[in-house]
Design a protein. Structure first.
Lengths: 662, 112
């Protein structure tokens, strides 16, 4: 029955929304003030698409029954990932993990490589893993994804329960979830993330009841439940398969690229001073011949290991032969000199070239080729060892700082199924101060935008359209920062300058706008079963600088290789007093809104603007100020004091919102 | 229990025999055996899969780890005697783009 009402309100929202936004585009734009009129209508279109994607999500809402019991042969590794969290926090989680009823091995994956952590783990009979010898300092570490990838190579459980250091699992977490894997196409079971250190009014918007509820259940209906990095169980086979497919792809790409670059590298080398040496020139000829053969073989479909082996073999042989020839010439010269100046030869007789010298001088670094960097780099890249990564197989995706989303998308691309199990089976800790919270949100948003820019879900051919749109929906919601700026600017502009982006605030406007707003709100009430969405609505607008920064830094990172300025989210509360400087842009906006309010009223009293326009915009400003007021609460929040016990508060992801202020 | 992996150093290569299931449990052992073979000076390794009736992605992952070890020691790792299920896994993961499956251990290094 709920499904019927949900779908009804989805349909109504879409019809009335399109009706309103189409009218806005076609009949209501104030072209004289196009510089605000066009941005506003674009922002409104953005919000309509956003709510349509939400509608699509909840259209297929899936409420699952408990799974059948799992076969008792299923083996599980429980991974607790940590970097710098306090030892006792990690141990609390680790000991709770050890007490999980289903037979399993518990492992602490300590990226901080702390001897005290190791000692604690070992004395409690808990496995301890740090990066292996392959993770040399010159290799990219890939944060949590690297940590998990490293652990996957040294453990062997069929399934992996992944827990953040603060997520304390219930003893029955595996009993309740492993049964889903009886379907051997299921690769992922995600359970909610719930935080116990959050007061009822959730000042930082930490809880995500809309996301870990209708949104995930809706995505589940499209077989697109997200992996959220913790409180999830994964099938090792699926991850390893992902690692292999990724390895083949990366290797083929790097070999192709190297072969394509070899021609110009050799050309460049020929122009260098070293190439004046006939020995080097002959080596270059050999390298050129080897790479040309490799190119032909690659087109003919030979395997990469064969191709790369032959190139290496040919180049090494050629270098060896030429170096040996060079040495024997040298030897002959020495002998000739000795013959001519026989009298001067001492006790030692004729000087001989050491036999291992040929070997040494033929080595990659010593041979004259070694001096030719461009050629050297090409030859290094014609390999199947994936020399740019610590380990060839990297199951968890490393294209984003939110490895979870990127990994899940690839799992879905390979045709695996996912499950969202809607029951809290682990209790975690949310950030207790604004600064940490902002860092965390920025990281999520940056990671999501990295995935969008690197592997746009809309063009992933092996995903179903439903899956593509489910991923795109989450990415789309992180663009809300730009819309928010327009929603703040438009009423300020009207109240201070009297410029209205809409051609007129008449009957035509209200008859289209109000019904849309009403069904839109009702959709959230119906789909959310009365889940609180106000906190999320506030944060999706109020954190606009964070969302914008995420978009710009992610774009700079993906397109220009600039660093993200990435930081691990600290679990302990940051000390110090209220830090107003964290929300400077929002304070400026709030001041501008307040000034606009005063100016607007003065203009009205002076007869410089019409009452209806002023009223609408004053209401709009008031709404914006109420939205921003959440930050005052957040800045003043002094951390969690367990008094009345925590309750479900507001939500935390930007998706956690009602429709934007359309 | 029967030894799952055994090896024999031949004239120009070392042959590692894998018997039974090469899965997530056996994968670390294979890596150990091959590392031992390579460390003892035989960097040309053939993994004979004629008696491997099942392989999963972890098994294949171990083969890649072994390939890397052999290559870094200046040699190579090749596979031979691939059975139907293993062939299927190779194709499913596109690993047949990387590894050539030779009919027999003797033929694996036949060309060089």
């Amino acid at each position: 029955m709920t499904r019927f009402w949900t779908r009804l309100f989805v349909v109504l929202t879409v019809i009335l929304g399109v009706n309103y936004v189409a009218w806005r585009w076609l009949a209501s734009l104030n072209w004289e003030a196009w510089w605000i009129a066009v941005p506003l209508v674009i922002a409104e279109t953005y919000s309509l698409i956003d709510v349509m994607l939400f509608g699509l999500t909840v259209w297929n809402l899936k409420i699952r029954k408990p799974p059948p019991p799992a076969p008792d042969t299923a083996t599980v590794d429980v991974f607790i990932t940590t970097y710098n969290e306090p030892l006792d926090l990690v141990m609390t989680t680790a000991l709770a993990a050890k007490d999980i009823r289903w037979p399993h091995s518990t492992w602490i994956l300590d990226d901080g490589d702390r001897p005290e952590m190791r000692e604690l783990a070992e004395s409690n009979g808990i496995g301890y893993v740090t990066r292996g010898a392959d993770w040399t300092p010159d290799m990219p570490r890939h944060a949590k994804a690297g940590n998990l990838n490293n652990a996957l190579m040294v453990t062997s459980g069929e399934y992996l329960l992944i827990l953040d250091a603060d997520q304390i699992p219930e003893p029955d977490i595996l009993d309740k979830t492993l049964g889903y894997f009886n379907d051997d196409r299921v690769a992922l079971v995600q359970t909610p993330q719930y935080f116990i250190n959050v007061p009822a009014d959730d000042p930082l918007g930490s809880q995500a009841p809309l996301f870990y509820g209708p949104i995930q259940q809706g995505k589940d209906g499209w077989n697109a439940a997200f992996f959220c990095g913790s409180n999830a169980i994964l099938r090792r086979e699926a991850l390893m398969q992902l690692g292999l497919v990724g390895y083949v792809k990366a290797t083929e790409k790097s070999v192709r690229r190297a072969l394509a670059a070899s021609r110009s590298a050799i050309k460049k080398a020929r122009r260098s001073d070293e190439a004046k040496n006939p020995l080097v020139e002959q080596m270059l000829n050999q390298v050129e011949a080897a790479t040309e053969t490799a190119q032909t073989e690659l087109e003919a479909g030979a395997s990469l290991s064969e191709i790369t082996y032959r190139v290496r073999r040919k180049v090494d042989d050629a270098v060896r032969t030429l170096v040996a020839a060079d040495f024997s010439a040298l030897q002959a010269d020495l002998e000739e000199i000795a013959a001519m100046e026989l009298a001067h030869v001492g006790e030692g007789g004729v000087t001989t070239v050491a036999t291992d010298a040929v070997d040494r001088m033929s080595g990659r670094d010593w041979s004259p080729l070694g001096a030719l960097e461009s050629v050297h780099a090409v030859l290094d890249a014609i390999s199947v060892e994936r020399t740019d990564e610590a380990q060839p197989i990297m199951p968890l995706a490393t294209i984003s700082v939110t490895e979870d989303m990127a990994t899940a998308m690839r799992i879905h691309s390979l045709g695996w199924k996912s499950v969202y199990h809607h029951e809290i089976l682990a209790n975690g800790l949310a950030p207790e101060d604004l600064k940490t919270m902002l860092t965390q949100r920025l990281r999520w948003a940056q990671g999501t935008m990295q995935v969008l820019l690197r592997e746009n879900p809309l063009v992933q051919r092996r995903l179903t359209w439903g899956q593509r749109l489910m991923y795109f929906s989450t990415m789309w919601s992180y663009l809300s920062g730009f819309a928010a700026v327009v929603y703040f600017a438009a009423p300020i502009i009207y109240l201070t300058l009297g410029i209205l982006p809409v051609s007129s605030l008449s009957y035509d406007f209200f008859i289209r706008f109000i019904p849309f707003m009403v069904v839109n709100q009702l959709l959230f009430v119906v789909a959310g079963h009365g889940i609180p969405t106000w906190r999320g609505q506030q944060y999706s607008l109020a954190l606009f600088p964070t969302w914008i920064k995420a978009c710009t830094t992610a774009a700079r990172n993906v397109w220009f290789g600039r660093p993200l300025g990435f930081a691990v989210t600290p679990k302990a509360r940051q000390s110090g007093g209220p830090s107003w400087s964290l929300i400077r842009p929002q304070i400026i906006v709030a001041v501008l809104l307040a000034v606009a309010l005063v100016v607007g009223i003065i203009r009205l009293l002076a007869g410089m603007s019409e009452p209806l326009g002023t009223l609408v915009n004053v209401a709009w400003v008031a709404f914006d100020l109420v939205v921003l007021s959440v930050l005052v609460k957040a800045v003043l929040y002094k951390g969690f004091v367990p008094e009345n016990g925590p309750e479900h508060g507001g939500p935390e992801r930007p998706e956690e919102r009602n429709a934007d202020a359309v | 229990m029967q030894m799952q992996f055994s090896y024999e150093v031949k004239d120009s290569y070392a042959e590692v025999k894998s018997v039974g299931r090469l899965n997530m449990v056996a994968a670390p052992k294979l890596r150990e055996v091959v590392n031992e073979v390579v460390a003892s000076g035989s960097s040309r390794v053939v993994v004979n899969l004629a008696e491997t009736d099942f392989m999963d992605s972890s098994g294949l992952g171990a083969l890649i780890g072994c390939l890397k070890a052999a290559r870094q020691a200046g040699g190579d790792l090749r596979i031979a005697g691939v059975q139907p299920q293993v062939k299927m896994v190779l194709e499913l993961t596109n690993m047949d783009r990387v590894l050539t499956a030779y009919p027999s251990a003797e033929e694996a290094f036949g060309d060089d």
